[in-house]
Unconditional design. Structure first.
Length: 297
């Protein structure tokens, strides 16, 4: 376990921090158990260091997990297991992910720029709990779960139950998110990823839609429609899913489901769009998705 001290801040506000590099999950868990709320987990640093540089988060005791053996993608028994420090670049380029969870591959491909995707990790994207996190929205649509480990043991939590508020999750201060567990998309699964922003590259979403459903003939099964940047947490449009479940797609049902999703959005104006605009776009995107002609081949 490497340990060094370093200084952070300008000369008037200089703070002393400690840096630990965990070489496995056990070491990382022990450090988090020891330092608790004083610890900052550092993965790629693309969210954390922005917070630190903007003086919104003080660096205390840094626990770096980039060499803790959490960089892997495995597939078996209908499930994809992706280690928390796997970068967006590696996920997007992985043939395993492209074949088994193309929605996730497509979503992480749209994150930031190549430099951000090279550093940013899937665990950091989820643990940071931004309502606009592209990885989180796509994982929510796929019905993913996350594995959380501490010295007290491990637990697996549905992503739906993981997010609490902007920047807040059920992660305890001594817990590490070690893995995302993603059900494999079936051959009959129809899906979409749509990120609407104010420009085409390195874009923060005004709204994003991640949706997935299985079609038995024309009957909808396992419908999951997730939206990013519309609520304090990544948002699952449950009512729309319930309306569609087990029914054949008809124009009136498509209208009803899209309207139900848009009406369920919180009345919350954001930095990049008003609630009114997001509701309109939400309805349009869902109608397009359910109209089938926009499904990827
Ligand atoms: C210029 C720029 C553009 C961006 N564009 C996008 C974008 O288009 N879409 C998007 O979704 N995001 C975007 N981001 C945000 C960021 O790149 C991603 O959220 C990234 O996935 C964060 O991962 P990280 O490894 O860098 O996390 P870090 O910055 O290392 O950590 C983020 C937070 O999560 C905690 N944490 C990290 N890993 C774990 C873990 N395994 N267990 C427990 N806690 C953990 C850290 O303590 C910290 O609080 C952008 C950021 C920048 C700077």
């Amino acid at each position: 376990m490497a340990d060094s001290r370093f200084f952070w801040g300008d000369k008037n506000t200089m703070a002393q921090s400690e840096f630990y590099s965990a070489s496995n999950v056990k070491e990382a868990s022990e450090l988090l158990s020891r330092f608790g709320e004083r610890a900052n987990v550092l993965a790629g640093g693309t969210d954390l260091m922005v917070e630190v540089n903007q003086r919104r988060t003080p660096l205390k005791t840094v626990v770096f997990i980039g060499r803790a053996g959490l960089d892997y993608i495995e597939c078996g028994e209908g499930t994809l297991r992706i280690g928390a420090t796997t970068t967006h670049t590696d996920i997007a380029a992985s043939s395993i992910v492209q074949e088994n969870a193309p929605l996730l591959a497509e979503a992480v491909r749209s994150i930031g720029s190549p430099a951000i995707r090279n550093m940013g990790t899937i665990g950091g994207n989820v643990a940071n709990a931004s309502p606009g996190a592209d990885g989180s929205a796509s994982l929510l649509a796929l019905g993913a779960r996350v594995k959380l480990i501490s010295v007290r043991g491990e637990r697996v939590v549905d992503l739906e139950q993981f997010f609490v508020d902007i920047g807040k999750t059920v992660l305890a201060p001594d817990e590490l998110l070690t893995e995302v567990i993603v059900p494999v998309q079936g051959e009959t699964t129809r899906w979409t990823w749509h990120k609407l922003g104010q420009r085409k590259a390195s874009v923060c979403a005004v709204i994003s839609l991640a949706a997935s459903l299985d079609l038995e003939g024309s009957t909808c099964r396992s419908v999951r429609i997730a939206l990013g940047t519309v609520a304090p947490t990544p948002f699952l449009a449950r009512r729309a899913g319930e309306l569609l479940e087990g029914k054949p797609l008809t124009p009136s049902l498509v209208e009803e489901a899209a309207r139900a999703a848009s009406e369920a959005l919180p009345d919350r104006d954001g930095l990049r769009a008003t609630a009114w605009y997001r509701r309109r776009i939400c309805e349009v995107l869902i109608k397009r998705f359910l109209s089938l002609d926009v499904f990827p081949a």
